[in-house]
Design a protein around this ligand. Structure first.
Ligand SMILES: [Zn+2]
Length: 560
């Protein structure tokens, strides 16, 4: 920060050599090899989001090609000769930088075409760096294509874009393509730390991580935020400073909102939103903050590593306490709903969180199914309500008879691809069988959810059920269910033809409170009726899932 005028970090600490470029080693290594072996393409296409080093790398290539301290192109430009210095400063007459956003017409490219024929004045190569190349008009693309088809030996084109899909395939096929990545959090942190050390500025690790996180993988964004913070803070930069400067909402507000959601306190929730709006915060940003907050709760709940949170220890503890107050399913739902709200924001964060949530959802399938299936089940039961001690097999509920006929035989895989199931792969094989059998089969999914593959005895798959799922065995013996399962076993395994159900004896139903606790005082039901109703595992799981109570037991209706 010495000298007469202030230079922003992104310019002051702009990488000058290939080794300085952060997070794009896969690209800089390839380019260095190309230069070292003399196989330099006439056209490069740099693809990647803004501020990840595309133009910087282009300038380094220009220096490597034109450095006057070596006899030919070099991977180690000297940084001191006239060419190296003028290219770094952006005023070398043989390195032409064009912003296609503002020079996108045919005439602009035609000017390049005429100019490109002239030999470079003080360099080996004329280097054309066309930024945001996707913004060229179609006429300009055609003109550019003609140049790329027969470039003079001394011309090198470096095209950079954030939106590769808008660049015509004819152009792309003429270029060597390089995909720049968003830079990983630890690499951005390390870069920022080295800048701060050189600047003699102190900053906590949590603050640094918050900056890097806000930059979403963009080096230039990270450096700009750091710039703002250095101007803002007199002493050490702290986590709170980052929140203030970025206009983020204080995490205490997030905690308050979370607590209000747990308490279902709508008044408090609206009051918090009112405060945010009153404080002039950006609501788009606020929704993203909420999304990030609940994503962090989800990470806590799903047992994710602390490093995924990148928060101070005190914050992690506060998050964990709150995560305890939600079920995993509830958190997944919340995150998905907030993510839905950010659709169209086009944020890297929203995309990442949607993906993470899907993965957690997939890997915690059982959790998901127990709630969703019970929900569906309640709808299927409809008016017929709950019936005590009535086996499902005698229940003519329409859902059971309307299921699609088994259609597996025609589409069965060839025998060579069938699985041989034994004790070693039983779990994995069961996962496949389960998915096939329960595809679009709500009732089967419901009954098989608690089944564990216990053994293979000859051609028989032994399934074990907990005691409270005794009902499942009755249902699975229904001819259409048995036939479907057997057909699928025959289709995807080479040794199983049928199955048998076993009940695990003597295991009390877990997590089910004694039935009497659920019966409200003064309900219009005899406690005997309610107790009897709760013996039905369907009823029990509905009551359990919704933390409900039995208020009435109606006799079954007669279906004609
Ligand atoms: Zn040089």
């Amino acid at each position: 920060m010495s000298g007469g005028h202030y230079v922003v970090f992104a310019r002051k600490w702009r990488p000058q050599t290939f080794d300085d470029v952060v997070g794009q080693e896969h690209i800089t290594r390839t380019i260095q090899n190309a230069i070292a072996t003399g196989r330099i393409p006439h056209a490069f296409l740099f693809i990647g989001s803004r501020g990840v080093g595309k133009t910087t790398t282009a300038r380094i290539i220009a220096k490597a090609l034109n450095c006057l301290s070596s006899d030919g192109p070099t991977v180690q430009p000297c940084m001191t000769c006239d060419n190296c210095r003028s290219i770094s400063d952006g005023n070398n007459m043989d390195v032409i930088e064009i912003d296609a956003a503002s020079n996108n017409g045919v005439d602009d490219i035609r000017e390049i075409r005429e100019n490109v024929r002239l030999v470079p004045s003080r360099s080996r190569y004329k280097v054309y760096i066309i930024d945001e190349v996707h913004q060229l008009s179609s006429g300009a693309f055609n003109a550019l294509l003609k140049t790329l088809e027969e470039p003079p030996a001394h011309a090198i084109f470096i095209l950079a874009t954030t939106e590769a899909h808008k660049v015509p395939a004819t152009i792309i096929s003429r270029c060597q393509r390089f995909d720049f990545r968003r830079v990983a959090l630890p690499q951005i942190c390390a870069l920022l730390r080295s800048i701060l050390d050189k600047e003699g500025v102190k900053c906590t690790d949590e603050a640094l991580q918050a900056i890097a996180r806000a930059a979403e993988g963009g080096v230039r964004d990270a450096e700009s935020i750091l710039d703002q913070l250095v101007s803002y803070c007199s002493g050490e930069i702290t986590f709170k400073d980052v929140f203030d400067v970025l206009g983020l909402v204080d995490w205490q507000v997030m905690h308050d909102l979370c607590d209000a959601i747990v308490a279902k306190d709508i008044g408090r929730q609206l009051e918090l939103i009112e405060n945010i709006v009153f404080a002039g915060k950006d609501l788009t940003q606020f929704v993203q903050d909420i999304l990030r907050y609940f994503r962090n709760l989800l990470v806590c709940k799903a047992g994710g590593a602390k490093i995924l949170l990148a928060l101070p220890d005190s914050e992690v503890a506060a998050m964990q306490t709150r995560a305890e107050q939600f079920t995993l399913t509830h958190l997944i739902r919340l995150v998905e709903q907030f993510a839905e709200l950010t659709k169209g924001f086009d944020s890297q964060l929203a995309q990442r969180i949607a993906l993470e949530t899907l993965l957690i959802r997939l890997s915690k399938r059982a959790v998901e199914i127990s709630v969703d299936t019970v929900l569906e089940k309640v709808m299927m039961l409809g008016e017929s309500a709950v019936m005590a001690d009535t086996p499902v097999s005698s229940n003519p509920a329409a859902a059971y008879t309307q299921e699609a006929p088994v259609a597996y035989k025609s589409g069965a895989p060839s025998p060579a691809k069938r699985i041989h199931v034994d004790t070693n792969n039983l779990e994995a094989a069961w996962a496949v069988i389960f998915e096939k059998v329960t595809e679009d089969q709500l009732a089967l999914r419901f009954h098989l959810t608690n089944a564990k593959p216990a053994a293979v005895e000859g051609g028989v798959l032994v399934l074990r059920f907990p005691a409270q799922s005794a009902q499942a065995r009755v249902s699975l013996d229904k001819p259409e269910h048995r036939r479907r399962i057997e057909d699928i076993l025959a289709a995807i395994t080479d040794n199983l033809t049928t199955f048998r159900c076993e009940i695990t004896e003597g295991e009390p139903a877990p997590e089910l409170a004694p039935p009497t606790e659920r019966i409200p005082h003064g309900a219009r039901v005899s406690s005997d009726d309610a107790r009897a109703a709760l013996k039905d595992p369907h009823v029990a799981s509905v009551v359990d899932t919704f933390k409900g109570e039995i208020t009435a037991v109606n006799p079954p209706r007669h279906h004609e």
